[in-house]
Design a protein around this ligand. Structure first.
Ligand SMILES: [Zn+2]
Length: 250
Protein backbone atom coordinates (compact mmCIF):
# COMPACT_ATOMS: atom_id res chain seq x y z
CA UNK A 1 0.00 0.00 0.00
CA UNK A 2 1.50 3.30 -1.01
CA UNK A 3 1.55 6.37 1.22
CA UNK A 4 -0.90 8.05 -1.12
CA UNK A 5 -3.41 5.20 -0.91
CA UNK A 6 -3.17 5.13 2.93
CA UNK A 7 -3.90 8.81 3.09
CA UNK A 8 -6.96 8.51 0.87
CA UNK A 9 -8.27 5.57 2.94
CA UNK A 10 -7.95 7.54 6.19
CA UNK A 11 -9.68 10.54 4.68
CA UNK A 12 -12.61 8.37 3.62
CA UNK A 13 -12.81 6.82 7.09
CA UNK A 14 -12.85 10.22 8.80
CA UNK A 15 -15.49 11.51 6.44
CA UNK A 16 -17.65 8.46 7.13
CA UNK A 17 -17.19 8.83 10.90
CA UNK A 18 -18.05 12.52 10.74
CA UNK A 19 -21.14 11.65 8.76
CA UNK A 20 -22.28 9.07 11.31
CA UNK A 21 -21.72 11.49 14.22
CA UNK A 22 -23.68 14.22 12.38
CA UNK A 23 -26.64 11.91 11.65
CA UNK A 24 -26.68 10.71 15.26
CA UNK A 25 -26.73 14.31 16.48
CA UNK A 26 -29.57 15.23 14.16
CA UNK A 27 -31.64 12.19 15.13
CA UNK A 28 -31.14 12.93 18.84
CA UNK A 29 -32.26 16.53 18.36
CA UNK A 30 -35.25 15.43 16.26
CA UNK A 31 -36.25 12.78 18.78
CA UNK A 32 -36.00 15.28 21.64
CA UNK A 33 -38.10 17.91 19.93
CA UNK A 34 -40.52 15.28 18.68
CA UNK A 35 -40.85 14.00 22.19
CA UNK A 36 -41.99 17.41 23.43
CA UNK A 37 -44.39 17.96 20.55
CA UNK A 38 -45.86 14.50 20.79
CA UNK A 39 -46.44 14.91 24.54
CA UNK A 40 -48.20 18.22 23.89
CA UNK A 41 -50.08 16.62 20.99
CA UNK A 42 -51.28 13.79 23.22
CA UNK A 43 -52.52 16.24 25.82
CA UNK A 44 -54.59 17.96 23.14
CA UNK A 45 -55.75 14.68 21.67
CA UNK A 46 -53.80 15.06 18.46
CA UNK A 47 -51.96 12.10 17.02
CA UNK A 48 -49.20 12.33 14.47
CA UNK A 49 -45.52 12.08 13.69
CA UNK A 50 -44.62 15.61 14.55
CA UNK A 51 -46.29 18.85 15.50
CA UNK A 52 -45.35 22.46 15.19
CA UNK A 53 -46.75 25.43 17.01
CA UNK A 54 -46.46 28.90 15.64
CA UNK A 55 -47.91 32.33 16.28
CA UNK A 56 -48.73 34.94 13.69
CA UNK A 57 -50.37 38.35 13.70
CA UNK A 58 -53.27 38.99 11.37
CA UNK A 59 -55.33 42.09 10.64
CA UNK A 60 -59.07 41.65 10.88
CA UNK A 61 -62.21 43.68 10.39
CA UNK A 62 -65.77 43.45 11.66
CA UNK A 63 -68.92 43.65 9.52
CA UNK A 64 -70.65 46.94 8.86
CA UNK A 65 -73.46 47.75 11.26
CA UNK A 66 -76.66 49.37 10.02
CA UNK A 67 -78.81 51.43 12.34
CA UNK A 68 -82.31 52.33 11.22
CA UNK A 69 -83.33 55.79 12.33
CA UNK A 70 -86.85 57.18 12.08
CA UNK A 71 -85.68 60.76 12.58
CA UNK A 72 -83.95 60.65 9.17
CA UNK A 73 -85.66 60.53 5.78
CA UNK A 74 -85.71 57.21 3.91
CA UNK A 75 -83.32 58.49 1.21
CA UNK A 76 -80.78 59.67 3.78
CA UNK A 77 -77.80 57.77 5.13
CA UNK A 78 -75.06 58.89 7.47
CA UNK A 79 -71.72 57.31 8.30
CA UNK A 80 -71.69 57.49 12.08
CA UNK A 81 -68.37 55.69 12.51
CA UNK A 82 -65.80 54.67 9.93
CA UNK A 83 -64.28 51.23 9.92
CA UNK A 84 -60.94 50.60 11.55
CA UNK A 85 -58.96 47.38 11.14
CA UNK A 86 -57.82 45.58 14.23
CA UNK A 87 -55.13 42.96 14.74
CA UNK A 88 -54.97 39.68 16.59
CA UNK A 89 -52.28 37.18 17.36
CA UNK A 90 -53.17 33.59 16.54
CA UNK A 91 -51.31 30.56 17.88
CA UNK A 92 -51.74 27.42 15.80
CA UNK A 93 -50.58 23.84 16.18
CA UNK A 94 -49.94 21.90 12.98
CA UNK A 95 -49.71 18.13 12.96
CA UNK A 96 -47.67 16.34 10.31
CA UNK A 97 -47.61 12.70 9.31
CA UNK A 98 -45.01 11.55 6.77
CA UNK A 99 -44.25 15.20 6.13
CA UNK A 100 -47.87 16.03 5.30
CA UNK A 101 -50.05 18.28 7.36
CA UNK A 102 -53.00 16.26 8.62
CA UNK A 103 -54.48 18.57 11.22
CA UNK A 104 -54.37 22.15 12.35
CA UNK A 105 -55.72 23.42 15.63
CA UNK A 106 -55.99 27.00 16.88
CA UNK A 107 -54.61 27.05 20.41
CA UNK A 108 -55.08 30.71 21.25
CA UNK A 109 -56.38 33.95 19.79
CA UNK A 110 -55.46 37.21 21.40
CA UNK A 111 -56.83 40.59 20.31
CA UNK A 112 -54.04 43.16 20.06
CA UNK A 113 -56.11 46.02 18.62
CA UNK A 114 -59.89 45.88 18.64
CA UNK A 115 -61.38 46.37 15.15
CA UNK A 116 -64.12 48.98 14.81
CA UNK A 117 -67.05 48.38 12.49
CA UNK A 118 -68.37 50.95 10.08
CA UNK A 119 -71.68 52.18 11.49
CA UNK A 120 -74.17 53.55 8.98
CA UNK A 121 -77.45 55.20 9.93
CA UNK A 122 -80.28 54.66 7.46
CA UNK A 123 -83.36 56.87 7.53
CA UNK A 124 -86.79 55.25 7.60
CA UNK A 125 -89.03 58.31 7.77
CA UNK A 126 -91.14 58.77 4.66
CA UNK A 127 -90.10 61.93 2.84
CA UNK A 128 -93.05 64.29 2.49
CA UNK A 129 -93.60 66.02 -0.80
CA UNK A 130 -93.49 69.45 0.88
CA UNK A 131 -92.07 70.67 4.16
CA UNK A 132 -92.64 73.92 6.06
CA UNK A 133 -89.62 76.03 5.03
CA UNK A 134 -88.75 77.42 8.48
CA UNK A 135 -88.36 75.96 11.93
CA UNK A 136 -89.83 77.37 15.17
CA UNK A 137 -92.31 79.79 13.61
CA UNK A 138 -95.53 81.31 14.89
CA UNK A 139 -98.44 81.14 12.46
CA UNK A 140 -99.71 84.72 12.33
CA UNK A 141 -101.99 84.52 9.32
CA UNK A 142 -103.60 81.47 7.79
CA UNK A 143 -104.46 80.75 4.16
CA UNK A 144 -107.78 81.99 2.79
CA UNK A 145 -110.14 84.93 2.94
CA UNK A 146 -108.58 87.94 4.62
CA UNK A 147 -109.65 91.60 4.58
CA UNK A 148 -112.07 90.95 1.73
CA UNK A 149 -109.48 89.26 -0.44
CA UNK A 150 -107.64 85.94 -0.48
CA UNK A 151 -104.41 85.40 1.46
CA UNK A 152 -102.53 83.17 -0.96
CA UNK A 153 -100.24 81.56 1.57
CA UNK A 154 -99.43 81.30 5.24
CA UNK A 155 -97.51 83.85 7.31
CA UNK A 156 -94.90 82.28 9.53
CA UNK A 157 -93.43 84.78 11.99
CA UNK A 158 -89.70 84.26 12.48
CA UNK A 159 -86.82 86.56 13.33
CA UNK A 160 -85.20 88.30 10.36
CA UNK A 161 -82.26 86.18 9.16
CA UNK A 162 -83.91 82.80 9.83
CA UNK A 163 -82.78 80.22 7.22
CA UNK A 164 -85.51 79.47 4.66
CA UNK A 165 -85.41 75.97 3.16
CA UNK A 166 -86.75 74.75 -0.17
CA UNK A 167 -90.05 73.03 0.59
CA UNK A 168 -89.45 70.47 -2.15
CA UNK A 169 -86.95 69.66 -4.88
CA UNK A 170 -87.17 71.90 -7.93
CA UNK A 171 -85.75 74.68 -10.08
CA UNK A 172 -85.64 78.37 -9.09
CA UNK A 173 -87.76 80.52 -11.42
CA UNK A 174 -87.66 83.80 -9.49
CA UNK A 175 -84.97 85.17 -7.17
CA UNK A 176 -85.07 88.86 -6.24
CA UNK A 177 -87.43 91.78 -5.73
CA UNK A 178 -91.01 91.41 -6.95
CA UNK A 179 -93.46 94.14 -5.82
CA UNK A 180 -95.42 93.45 -2.63
CA UNK A 181 -93.55 90.16 -2.12
CA UNK A 182 -90.33 92.15 -1.60
CA UNK A 183 -87.31 89.91 -2.05
CA UNK A 184 -88.78 86.55 -3.00
CA UNK A 185 -88.00 83.15 -4.45
CA UNK A 186 -90.23 80.91 -6.58
CA UNK A 187 -89.37 77.26 -7.07
CA UNK A 188 -90.98 75.17 -9.78
CA UNK A 189 -91.27 71.46 -9.01
CA UNK A 190 -91.11 68.48 -11.36
CA UNK A 191 -94.89 68.15 -11.65
CA UNK A 192 -95.35 71.84 -12.44
CA UNK A 193 -96.43 72.76 -8.92
CA UNK A 194 -94.80 75.82 -7.42
CA UNK A 195 -93.73 77.16 -4.03
CA UNK A 196 -93.15 80.84 -3.20
CA UNK A 197 -91.15 82.38 -0.37
CA UNK A 198 -91.68 86.10 0.21
CA UNK A 199 -90.51 89.11 2.30
CA UNK A 200 -86.97 87.71 2.49
CA UNK A 201 -83.92 89.69 3.57
CA UNK A 202 -81.56 87.75 1.31
CA UNK A 203 -81.60 85.31 -1.63
CA UNK A 204 -78.95 82.60 -1.78
CA UNK A 205 -80.03 81.12 -5.13
CA UNK A 206 -80.25 82.21 -8.76
CA UNK A 207 -82.88 81.66 -11.43
CA UNK A 208 -82.29 78.28 -13.10
CA UNK A 209 -80.60 76.77 -10.08
CA UNK A 210 -81.70 73.31 -8.95
CA UNK A 211 -82.52 72.95 -5.30
CA UNK A 212 -83.27 70.00 -3.09
CA UNK A 213 -85.77 69.78 -0.29
CA UNK A 214 -84.28 71.28 2.89
CA UNK A 215 -81.61 73.29 1.01
CA UNK A 216 -81.31 76.76 2.54
CA UNK A 217 -82.27 79.10 -0.31
CA UNK A 218 -82.43 82.43 1.55
CA UNK A 219 -83.00 84.27 4.81
CA UNK A 220 -86.29 85.57 6.12
CA UNK A 221 -86.92 89.28 6.44
CA UNK A 222 -89.50 92.04 6.32
CA UNK A 223 -89.26 93.33 2.72
CA UNK A 224 -92.17 94.34 0.45
CA UNK A 225 -95.71 94.69 1.78
CA UNK A 226 -95.05 93.26 5.21
CA UNK A 227 -96.00 94.42 8.69
CA UNK A 228 -93.30 92.56 10.61
CA UNK A 229 -90.56 89.97 10.16
CA UNK A 230 -92.10 86.81 8.77
CA UNK A 231 -92.00 84.36 5.88
CA UNK A 232 -94.96 84.33 3.51
CA UNK A 233 -95.12 80.81 2.07
CA UNK A 234 -97.29 79.59 -0.81
CA UNK A 235 -97.94 76.37 -2.64
CA UNK A 236 -99.55 76.71 -6.08
CA UNK A 237 -101.06 73.78 -7.93
CA UNK A 238 -101.93 74.37 -11.58
CA UNK A 239 -101.23 78.03 -10.86
CA UNK A 240 -103.81 78.20 -8.06
CA UNK A 241 -102.73 78.86 -4.46
CA UNK A 242 -103.72 76.12 -2.01
CA UNK A 243 -103.51 75.89 1.76
CA UNK A 244 -99.91 74.70 2.39
CA UNK A 245 -100.93 72.95 5.60
CA UNK A 246 -103.05 70.56 3.52
CA UNK A 247 -99.89 69.46 1.69
CA UNK A 248 -97.08 69.44 4.25
CA UNK A 249 -96.21 66.84 6.83
CA UNK A 250 -93.43 67.74 9.21
ZN1 LIG B 1 -98.65 86.42 3.72
Amino acid sequence: MSEDMKCSYKRKLYTLLAGIIFLLGVSIILEKSNFNFITLGKELGIAGDSTQTYTYVREYSTPTQYVYDDTMYEDETMVYQSAQEGSKSITVMSVYEDGEQIEEKVLDVEIIDEAKPEIIYIGTKERPKYIIPVEDYILTSNFGARWGTNHNGVDLAVETGTPVMASAKGVVTQAGWNGGYGICIYVEHEDGEETRYAHLSECLVEVGQEVNQEDVIGYSGNTGRSTGPHLHFEIRIAGQPVNPFDYVKN
